[in-house]
Design a binder for this molecule. Structure first.
Ligand SMILES: Nc1ncnc2c1ncn2[C@@H]1O[C@H](COP(=O)(O)OP(=O)(O)OP(=O)(O)O)[C@@H](O)[C@H]1O
Ligand SMILES: O=C(O)c1ccc[n+]([C@@H]2O[C@H](COP(=O)([O-])O)[C@@H](O)[C@H]2O)c1
Length: 206
């Protein structure tokens, strides 16, 4: 593990975490990873960014962007340091992180420090992402441990990534969807409001 960078705290540039994900649905694994990275890196805020069209996931299995966005808002509402951005769902075309980071820099200004947060599985695939080499000039990348996945640096530019240990929660969105489909409970895998939203909207039934 690489020791996290510490902040310049008061008076320094704003430090923003960017937690990108399909969040179909959002679960406690996402929330705990974001919270831990916020703590370790002394972030001012973590912005959750639900994907619009996650091109590396099968389109037919992805729930509508509005449902995923609303679930992300519900799940993060109680944490004053968490917020949700629509930038990926409002941008047409496939979702590329290079575009997310460019847009973030336009919105928050060139001085802001961006920390893009990923789990070990996403980090392992990062070199297959669009314009991967350019992403590292726009943000620092933080790879988090995730049960069932080995956390290694897949050969990213030196200094561009930190690997950190977060509390281990063996939860995936796939498992949540499968459990709903099978009539099994997802209480405590996801926030209570997400169980209620899924039931109200009849998501993942077939
Ligand atoms: N339990 C977890 N612990 C740590 N990181 C996680 C965990 N679950 C997801 N992540 C990370 O959160 C980000 C968004 O993940 P995503 O929304 O694709 O959820 P998922 O559970 O991996 O979904 P699916 O099962 O549908 O593939 C990714 O960087 C992923 O690696
Ligand atoms: O930029 C890309 O080409 C790219 C390819 C795959 C995933 N991503 C981003 O990685 C984050 C996690 O994605 P996912 O598919 O694991 O939910 C999310 O912000 C995606 O937009 C980005």
């Amino acid at each position: 593990m690489v020791a996290p960078m510490t902040s310049s705290t008061a008076g320094g540039p704003r430090r923003l975490g960017v937690m990108g994900g399909t969040f179909d649905p959002i679960h406690h694994g996402h929330l705990v990873a974001a919270s831990e990275v916020a703590h370790l890196f002394e972030l001012d805020e973590v912005i959750f960014v639900p994907t619009g069209r996650p091109w590396q996931k099968s389109e037919s299995t992805v729930t509508s962007a509005e449902d995923r966005y609303l679930m992300t808002v519900i799940a993060t509402a109680s944490n004053p340091r968490f917020s949700v951005s629509r930038i990926d769902i409002d941008r047409p075309g496939p979702t590329y992180t290079i575009d997310t980071l460019r847009e973030m820099r336009k919105i928050y200004g060139p001085e802001v420090e961006l920390f893009f947060i990923t789990g070990a599985d996403a980090l392992a695939k990062m070199l297959t992402w669009r314009n991967a080499a350019d992403m590292f000039t726009l943000a620092h990348f933080v790879g988090c441990t995730r049960p069932g996945h080995r956390l290694t640096d897949p050969g990213l530019p030196k200094g561009g990534v930190s690997l950190v240990e977060v509390p281990a929660l063996a939860i995936s969105s796939t498992e949540c969807r499968d459990r709903v489909r099978a009539g099994e409970p997802i209480w405590y895998l996801v926030p209570d409001g997400i169980v209620q939203y899924i039931n109200k909207r009849h998501l993942y039934r077939q």
